[in-house]
Design a protein around this ligand. Structure first.
Ligand code: ADP
Ligand code: MG
Length: 306
């Protein structure tokens, strides 16, 4: 589609993060509603070159577990990435539910994310660098898809240098404390760690390093404490074992994607039909019932006062 920025009309906000914000927009020529991620360039020209290279890959990605990208607008100041509009993200879902998500839902999140990461590695030689629940999205059919690989990680990284590492909490130990062999002593297994932390967060309904008062405390807990574990509420031994494998502090002991895809936890979801869309619809309808309920209670209370 040859199109210009004037073809887009803002409909509303979808959220904002460490490196920009995401808005819902109408693309008038096709009459379709899309999501547009709006970011600033980083100050570093080497970094910007790499962002350009990552954008090329983003546009080439064609995989059912990755949010489709339609194109981007670039000028001196900003980068706009036009993508498929999704229904929600798992950070929002976790808050909406306000507690642990069911194991079957988390299993589908794990399977979709590992398949997406495996595709990025095998087809495009890329890692993600910014795995966290807000980058794992759900579409209206209940499909789990990954977004924001590479680019946002880089923009977050470039901000991190100026003291704002927004997503430090998901960072693998080897990225915090690089080895002696140079500054890039990590590989795809750093993303496997971040996935493990994200899944524990969804299973607990709270953030694993919640007790930490500062970013420094979080980073030092990641380095010096035992890795987070699943809470002991009725999760299966396969799920516990999957998390234990993702969260091995020594990354040489942590499995890569081929191994993970053969893990009994993911094999279960590769053959089990879990209707994530139906679950999401249920969550939304419970929520609107609760809202209606609390409205009724308020009206009743007011009547009592009359
Ligand atoms: P972060 O991922 O750091 O929270 P982002 O700027 O990447 O910040 O995204 C902000 C929010 O926008 C996310 O939490 C997500 O809920 C929402 N979002 C991002 N991409 C899409 C999309 N394609 N469709 C719908 N919502 C999206
Ligand atoms: Mg994001």
């Amino acid at each position: 589609y040859s199109t210009g920025i004037n073809d887009l009309e803002k409909l509303g906000d979808l959220g904002s993060g460490t490196c920009g914000h995401v808005v819902k927009m109408l693309h008038r020529p096709s009459n379709s509603v899309i999501a547009v991620k709006q970011m600033r360039w980083s100050g570093d020209s080497e970094e910007n070159k790499r962002i350009h290279m990552d954008l090329e890959v983003v546009l080439k990605c064609d995989n059912p577990y990755i949010v489709s990208c339609y194109g981007c607008f670039i000028n001196d100041a900003d980068v706009w990435i036009c993508m498929e509009l999704m229904s929600t993200s798992f950070d929002k879902l976790s808050k909406l539910v306000g507690g642990p998500l069911p194991e079957d839902i988390i299993g589908m999140v794990a399977l979709g994310t590992v398949r997406a990461l495996h595709y990025l590695k095998v087809r495009h030689e890329r890692m993600h660098r910014d795995i966290k629940p807000s980058n794992i999205l759900l579409d209206s059919h209940g499909n789990v898809k990954l977004c924001d690989f590479g680019i946002s990680g880089r923009l977050v990284n470039s901000k991190a240098k100026s003291g704002n590492a927004g997503c430090a909490a998901y960072m693998a130990p080897e990225r915090i404390s690089p080895g002696t062999s140079g500054h890039r002593d990590y590989d795809v297994r750093a993303d496997v760690w971040s996935l493990g932390i994200s899944l524990v967060e969804l299973a607990a309904g709270t953030f694993p390093y919640q007790g930490c008062k500062s970013e420094f405390e979080i980073l030092s807990s990641i380095l010096h404490q035992e890795p987070p574990k699943l809470p002991n509420n009725n999760f299966t031994p396969e799920f516990h074992s999957f998390i234990e494998a993702c969260l091995r502090k020594d990354y040489h002991q942590r499995p890569k994607y081929n191994k993970l895809l053969e893990h009994p936890f993911l094999l279960r979801y590769a053959s089990k039909n879990v209707d994530v869309g139906a679950w999401f619809a249920q969550v939304q309808s419970n929520l609107s019932k609760n809202v209606a309920e609390s409205h009724r209670t308020k009206v009743d209370n007011n009547k009592k006062h009359d």
